[in-house]
Design a protein around this ligand. Structure first.
Ligand code: GLC
Length: 640
């Protein structure tokens, strides 16, 4: 038994203005207050009793260990466990000084260099600091590995979820999750902010591509498969990773124009439905996840009939933790608590009392810790609520074996980007393709001989092929990570000649007679630029004049025309349909472009079905708000 002196921490608060938001939450204090903080002129020292180290005994159950540990924690240590900070905003020294429980990499939160080794070293550094604290509680480190370990250069990037929704193959999703977990484990990261369990109701939403479908049953089936693939049989297994179904609840059903963001329109908006509809459409994926052992769930930025989900005690505590029996911990979204009320103290007190257990702050941890301490000392946050939150967090950390295996294993480094992982991604890509039109059975193409004209920026850009949440939060164009572009895949598969020109100009390509050559087939890739979250909210999903001109220009020099739509959602193509013989939705394939070539050249069949209703025009959105027929119904897809 060791007797240890611990210094009380000086809490220095940097006061920052809170984001003005609408709210129907009553202020906890009479008037919004800044949070002054007396800074003691010396660091008082608190002597604590001997430590009961039984919580380190792996023979005891996670719940028993959590109770033993919780019983001897100071308030500062408890509040530290409820604090989740992005890695750019905290040093390992501060993780030690403030007993921080969680660290994350947000989209683009990469170490420099962006290598497996550097990731592992970064996480190990935080762990070392956490284990140096009095009670040695390891941090839990989280990332958004929503389509592979997306922030890590060299990781295999799988098709975004909309494509997997088209594939409708839960076993495939399970295997993708397993590989994702392995590539995460190589970097010593065991907490994934995935799967998204949203049921998308309006494809104008910038997060549509992160969503499996508009259909509740399909979302439930596939998000469950991903969770099970990540978590395996036991969270103690070497390649098991904690899943985080998100964003609870109803983020996919918000109304256009209700976003509280300064210029986004539907992301983080208001779900305006009655409870019966919420339960029927949006809740089932969470019920299934809890039954399957979900131990962390992320709360949505969105609102329900005007109340921010982060403040919605009925749904967070009464329904999720009470009625559905969720025993894990609820984590906020990125500064999601701040949006509850103009007064930060009120926001924090409201959110924690509503049922949030860990706050993704993610920056100003001193302000959060100060306010939490004051909230408990003022009696506005009951000690029981703190203990419940910390007990949930600690129990999950014990379930994950974090205390027994906190550091990286270099023997795992070569798991990242390995051949068999890329082969799985290639299989997945092939299963995502949806054949929309195929006039004269122009597809599949013959491999043997001939001339193909290939056009479109997206045909030769791995960043566009991957989409958002890849290396950068918003994704990025260019060679952002190793992979195979469509151009490379077609050149590899086709035994004739592929002439690529981004703008569809082939003036210098002549036939034997010296005349402008005419291609057997012109393939045009129509692609969305990468985006994420509300940056992708759009009320215009029609093809641009430039895109229409590109298709026309290639058609002038081709016998047949095939259009490949590389997008995060259905686009309005009705007016352009007659400009091409075949149309294929390839969604956002990720790094393994060969999967597209496999199907286009007939080495794999067309099996994909539209996971969202495909509108004929913009006035058919949102889903179900139109009388006229959509261009393609949910579940549509030709086999040849
Ligand atoms: C984001 C997203 C959420 C993600 C989190 C951490 O704002 O809403 O899906 O898990 O921040 O990156």
């Amino acid at each position: 038994m060791k007797k240890i002196l611990i210094p009380l921490i000086l809490l220095i608060t940097l006061l920052t203005a809170c984001r003005p938001v609408n709210t129907n939450v009553e202020s906890v204090v009479d008037v919004p207050v800044d949070i002054p903080l007396d800074v003691p002129d010396e660091t008082p020292v608190e002597v604590v009793d001997e430590i009961d180290l039984d919580y380190l005994n792996p023979e005891l159950s996670p719940a028993e260990r959590a109770d033993i540990l919780l019983a001897q924690m100071t308030l500062a240590e408890k509040i530290g466990q409820m604090t989740l900070i992005e890695k750019g905003s905290i040093s390992s020294d501060s993780v030690y000084r403030f007993f921080i429980g969680g660290v994350l990499s947000g989209g683009g939160g990469t170490p420099t260099p962006n290598t497996t080794e550097a990731w592992a070293e970064m996480v190990d550094d935080y762990q070392e600091a956490a284990l140096d604290t009095r009670l040695g509680i390891p941090v839990i480190y989280g990332v958004d590995a929503i389509h592979g370990h997306g922030n890590l250069r060299g990781a295999v990037i799988f098709p975004h979820n909309i494509g997997l929704g088209a594939a409708r193959d839960p076993d495939l999703v399970y295997r993708i999750a397993q590989v994702t977990a392995k590539e995460m484990a190589a970097t010593n990261i065991y907490w994934n902010y995935a799967p998204i369990a949203a049921v998308g109701q309006d494809i104008r939403w910038g997060r549509t591509y992160e969503v499996y479908s508009e259909n509740t049953d399909l979302v439930t089936e596939l998000s469950l498969a991903f969770l099970q693939g990540l978590q395996g049989e036991s969270l103690l297994d070497q390649f098991s990773v904690l899943a985080t179904p998100k964003h609870y609840v109803g983020d996919g059903g918000t109304v256009w124009g209700t976003s509280l963001h300064p210029y986004w329109q539907i992301d983080r908006g208001d779900l305006q439905v009655d409870e019966a509809t919420l339960r029927e459409v949006h809740l089932p994926p969470y019920q299934a996840a809890i039954e399957a052992g979900a131990q962390s769930i992320m709360v949505s930025f969105s609102s329900w009939n005007g109340t921010k989900m982060h403040a919605e005690k009925y749904l967070l505590t009464d329904v999720l933790k009470g009625e559905l029996g969720f025993e894990g911990f609820l984590v906020s979204d990125w500064a999601g608590i701040d949006e509850i009320h103009p007064d930060y103290y009120t926001s924090v007190v409201t959110a924690i009392n509503a049922g949030i257990d860990m706050n993704m702050v993610p920056y100003n941890y001193q302000r959060f810790i100060t306010v939490m301490t004051q909230g408990v000392e003022n009696g506005d946050i009951p000690q029981e609520r703190i203990d419940d939150a910390v007990r949930r967090i600690l129990t999950v950390k014990f379930m994950m074996g974090l205390f027994e295996g906190p550091f990286s294993d270099p023997a795992l480094f070569d798991l990242v980007g390995r051949y068999e992982h890329r082969a799985l991604a290639r299989e997945a890509v092939a299963k995502t393709l949806v054949l929309l039109e195929n006039e004269g059975q122009v597809l599949p193409l013959s491999k043997e001989s001939g001339l193909i004209f290939l056009a479109g920026e997206g045909a030769n850009d791995i960043g566009m092929q991957c989409g958002g949440w890849t290396i950068e939060w918003q994704g990025a164009k260019g060679s952002i990570t190793p992979g195979t572009t469509l151009k490379e895949a077609f050149e590899e598969a086709f035994q004739g000649t592929v002439q690529y020109n981004r703008f569809g100009r082939y003036d210098n390509i002549l036939d034997e007679s010296g005349n402008p050559a005419v291609a057997d087939v012109g393939i045009v890739v129509i692609a969305e630029d990468p985006y994420a979250e509300g940056e992708g909210d759009s009320n215009d999903l029609t093809l641009s004049e430039i895109e229409l001109e590109l298709i026309e220009r290639v058609g002038e020099r081709s016998e047949k025309v095939v259009v490949l739509i590389m997008s995060g959602r259905p686009l309005v193509i009705t007016e352009a349909l007659d400009m091409a013989d075949a149309w294929v939705a390839i969604w956002l394939p990720g790094t393994e472009g060969q999967g597209v070539a496999d199907v286009i050249f007939g080495d794999a069949p067309f099996v994909g079905k539209t996971p969202f209703t495909w509108p004929a025009s913009m006035d058919q959105l949102p889903l179900g708000s139109y009388e006229s027929e959509p261009l393609y119904p949910y579940g549509y897809g030709l086999e040849q």
